[in-house]
Design a protein around this ligand. Structure first.
Ligand SMILES: NC(=O)C1=CN([C@@H]2O[C@H](COP(=O)(O)OP(=O)(O)OC[C@H]3O[C@@H](n4cnc5c(N)ncnc54)[C@H](OP(=O)(O)O)[C@@H]3O)[C@@H](O)[C@H]2O)C=CC1
Ligand SMILES: O=C(O)C1=N[C@H](C(=O)O)C[C@H](O)C1
Length: 269
């Protein structure tokens, strides 16, 4: 029988953190080896099982990432960019795979993240669900098949507490559309429209953002031409899809060579 994989969850009290605790606890072959919150957080020093509304689990919430990562096999991290950059360095030093779901990185953050994680196994994706990663591949294909008579627009909707925009998923879809077209997203993206914008630029890839209520995550990629529109859509109604993808990534990471991977690698898409 193979050994259970020990997973540390950072930001365990967050929306995704709690879903990850539940998913890892319920799944065979993995267990919660530790959880981390920032110093001063009111979960620190308390029993995770009790905090999650159950009985004592023996897992005590830590504010010391290095101590929590030691002896684990993977860290699943859905927190914030600055925290993730710091966790990347600690995970690489501990020889623990770092599974990153955090979004909202700037270009400079991504450089710092790559540097921090050097020598370790890193898997990062703005969306860990199977459905969205399939949508990425479909978007690439459709964009490659159509010319610039088809205007590409990425539309995303999320809950009122989301802090970054456009979503990591919207950017993945924009990148896929740009790749399909053979252009760089940074050269064609149109992220903000307000006032007298002028007519749409041919070849632009536009982004629209909706924030409201408890929307888990919805993404459309629209190809709009004269006389017809093609719309590729993904709707997430349960954060479990992201958590299950992250656990799959943690398992896939075991024994892999150091390097940066994404969910397309994990899912073989
Ligand atoms: N890739 C994917 O599939 C998905 C990605 N996401 C992304 O995951 C991230 C988290 O989302 P969500 O769970 O909704 O957000 P929440 O705000 O609910 O949770 C974030 C958690 O991270 C914690 N945190 C922040 N900084 C630190 C730190 N330095 N050390 C330890 N913990 C820290 C927060 O603690 P505190 O309250 O103290 O700040 C909080 O508990 C976002 O970037 C989101 O876009 C979300 C869903 C799916
Ligand atoms: O913050 C969220 O909630 C989500 N964030 C990810 C993103 O930025 O795309 C993934 C998912 O859509 C939910």
């Amino acid at each position: 029988m193979s050994e259970s994989i020990g997973i540390v969850i950072t930001g365990a009290s967050g929306r995704m953190g709690q879903m990850l605790v539940k998913t890892v606890t319920e799944r065979d072959g993995v267990h919660v080896a530790g959880v981390v919150e920032r110093p001063g957080h009111d979960w620190v020093g308390r029993d995770l099982g009790v905090l999650m509304g159950g009985t004592e689990s023996g897992v005590i919430v830590s504010d010391d990432p290095a101590a929590a990562f030691a002896g684990a096999q993977a860290v699943i991290d859905f927190t914030a960019p600055s925290a993730t950059i710091s966790f990347a360095k600690t995970a690489a030093a501990a020889g623990v795979a770092h599974i990153i779901g955090t979004t909202g990185f700037t270009e400079e953050d991504l450089v710092a993240l790559a540097e921090a994680g050097q020598g370790g196994v890193t898997i990062r994706a703005g969306n860990m669900s199977l459905g969205v990663n399939l949508l990425v591949q479909l978007t690439k294909r459709v964009a490659a098949a159509l010319d610039e008579d088809y205007d590409i627009e990425v539309i995303e909707a999320h809950h009122r507490r989301k802090v970054d925009a456009p979503s990591g998923t919207a950017l993945m879809l924009g990148e896929a559309a740009a790749e399909g077209r053979g252009v760089a997203l940074k050269d064609v993206e149109d992220r903000a429209r307000d006032g007298i914008t002028g007519a749409r630029e041919r070849g632009a890839i536009g982004f629209s953002v909706i924030r409201g209520g408890d929307i888990v995550g919805e993404h459309d990629v629209m190809f709009a031409a004269d006389g017809e529109r093609i719309i590729l859509r993904h709707v997430a109604s349960d954060r479990g899809v992201f958590a299950r993808g992250a656990v799959k990534a943690a398992l896939w990471a075991q024994g892999k060579d150091a390097g940066d991977y994404d969910m397309l690698d994990v899912l073989g898409l």
